[in-house]
Design a protein around this ligand. Sequence first.
Ligand code: ADP
Ligand code: MG
Length: 238
Amino acid sequence: MAPVSLRQIRKSYHELSVIHGIDLEIADGEFIVFVGPSGCGKSTLLRMIAGLEEITGGDLTIDGVRANDQSPVERGVAMVFQSYALYPHMTVRDNMAFGLKMAKADRTLIAQRVAEAARILHLERYLDRRPSALSGGQRQRVAIGRAIVRHPKVFLFDEPLSNLDAALRVNTRLEIARLHRDLGNTMIYVTHDQVEAMTLADRIVVLNGGRVEQVGTPAELYERPANRFVASFIGSPA
Ligand code: ADP
Ligand code: MG
């Protein structure tokens, strides 16, 4: 669990500036959702927080420590990728253990962490199966399990439901909400879907063209959108 602070965070690819100076204070245990249209910079911002993309300006602080130059492990963050990122030739157990094995974690610790993640995600019965023998929802739970075993301070999700059909999307969304209630970690979640944002978020950050249009609770954005862009995106009557 950890607060996350963004001060004047910027990103440019060579001459092209795509994130133009974002300030945001995320509280310990908060569920924050970044929403906005395709290409507005959601993934870039998340990947900078994840340590997967270099930060070209500003300061990122996680749990009180400047994180700009830290590795993802040092930052204590774990990213949940879409379920197709599972290794098809490995069992569920080995998929969940993979990151810890690469980090040279102790075998007993790995076994404990995988058992714990399987219990949290109700995957105990599936540990010896391969991803191809699982439903889409179960696969996505394995993808979440790969983050849980790392005991991250902060969970990061980039459109984790976009690969699932409508019914599974609802189930998995409820599962992620339950996970947040049970674990209490800070979570940062990217989506272009306003229903996901409105139902999951403590606070929503509306992004447009690499800038923040508005930050607020779902009710605040719905009742008092700062401008037409936010109103149309959130679908409020204003
Ligand atoms: P979103 O996730 O909101 O759809 P992205 O963060 O993927 O948006 O992209 C934001 C902007 O940055 C887009 O204009 C995109 O074309 C650009 N961009 C993303 N990655 C790269 C890259 N590796 N090189 C150059 N431009 C990039
Ligand atoms: Mg994206």
